[in-house]
Each structure stands twice: as C-alpha cells, then as structure tokens.
Design a protein around this ligand. Structure first.
Ligand code: ADP
Length: 190
C-alpha cells in the first residue's frame, strides 16, 4: 500500500522476485486492459484518467480471477500491488481468501507524505506518458487516497500485519528496507 507515486509498482516486481512469488498489480492489469481495448478497458478508461477508483466489484472480480488462476495457485504465494484500496475491498478480499484457503502474511505500507510525491509523478508523466499523471488527476488521486485508502492502514495495523517502510530514498535502498522489514516480520533471513 502507499499513496500515488510512493513506488508500489516499482518495488512490487523486485520484492515478488526476491520471495519467488507472483505480483498481481491492479493498476497494471487495468492499464493492460485499456491498451488491449477490452470491454473492461473501455469501461474504466476515463475513470482512471480522471484519477477515480474503479468500482469495487469490477476490481474485486479481476483480482479474484487472477488469484484463482492456475499459474498463481501453483506458486507459493502472491503480492498484491495497489489492492485492496477501500474498506469494501478489504472485506471482499477477506472472504475470498477464506474461500481459497489462503491468507495474508504481511501488508507493506510505503510511507511518504503524498504532497511530496507530486514531483515524482509529474516526472513519471514525462517518461511513461500515463494518462492519469497530470496535475488535476494527481491532486484527485491524493484526495482519494486520504479518503478511501489511508483508513486501511489502521485496519491492518490492528491485525498486526502492517509493515511500515520509509518510501523516500533511492529505489534499491527502499527495496532493501522492504525486504529487511519483511524478513523480520516473516521471521526469515534474506
Ligand atoms: P497510483 O497508485 O500511482 O495511482 P496504480 O497503478 O496503483 O497507480 O493505480 C492507477 C489507477 O488504477 C488508480 O488511480 C485507480 O483508478 C485504478 N486502481 C488501481 N488499483 C485499484 C483498486 N484496488 N481499486 C480501484 N481502482 C484501482
């Protein structure tokens, strides 16, 4: 978890590789659908460009399908990148994990003051050209993060799953912080 621009997507791949698990990135799956012009892609394109969340039902269904797919099932575990992002998604995920006889071991929160991340996002806009990396959409995504997603930190802190990591620093340094904190949490050595 983390505010827009905290580095979730950047770190997720390396962390999943480190632990030999699969990444399920909702933002990336949505962008792939938009690029491929699927029915889902057409449905969500303008929502995402404007910095709104995709409806919970649509998001949950996409994640659960992926979680249940054979290539994910046969791997030892999974890393959810950008999901859950609302309290409704937390409840739906809880139920689905019970269904699938799986569970969360940890929730990594990349900690940064959202307003300090705006420059990172505007820089990314120049490199990646993401439709949602413009000033208006970024401002809105930060508001949505505060309203919808930040409350999840308390939920997972209360469950003793939360691992908070300072997201400000060079990419490899932040990655080391994450694996060190996760290894400590999971009780294994890197
Ligand atoms: P960022 O965190 O930088 O905004 P993401 O790639 O995680 O980037 O998300 C991009 C967009 O995809 C979000 O602004 C939202 O519209 C949509 N999205 C991603 N994950 C979710 C989710 N769990 N629930 C609803 N919408 C989501």
């Amino acid at each position: 978890m983390g505010p827009p621009g905290a580095g979730k997507g950047t770190q997720a791949g390396a962390i999943a590789e480190h632990y030999g698990i699969v990444t399920i990135s909702t933002g990336q799956l949505f962008r792939d659908n938009i690029q491929l012009g699927t029915a889902l892609g057409k449905q969500i394109e303008s929502l995402i460009a404007d910095g709104n969340l995709v409806p919970d039902e649509v998001t949950n269904q996409m994640v659960f399908q992926r979680l249940a797919s054979p290539d994910v099932r046969k791997r030892g575990g999974f890393l959810l990148d950008g999901y859950p992002r609302t309290l409704e998604q937390v409840a739906a995920l809880d139920a689905e994990l019970v269904n699938q006889r799986r569970r969360l071991n940890a929730v990594v929160a990349l900690m940064a003051e959202p307003t300090t991340l705006v420059d990172r996002l505007l820089q990314r806009a120049e490199i990646e050209g993401r439709a949602d990396d413009n000033a208006d959409s970024i401002r809105h995504r930060i508001d949505v993060y505060h309203a919808e997603t930040a409350p999840l930190l308390d939920v997972y802190r209360d469950r003793d799953l939360l691992v908070e990591v300072d997201a400000i620093g060079e990419v490899p340094e932040v990655r080391r912080r994450i694996t060190a904190a996760l290894d400590a949490k999971l009780g294994r050595q890197s």
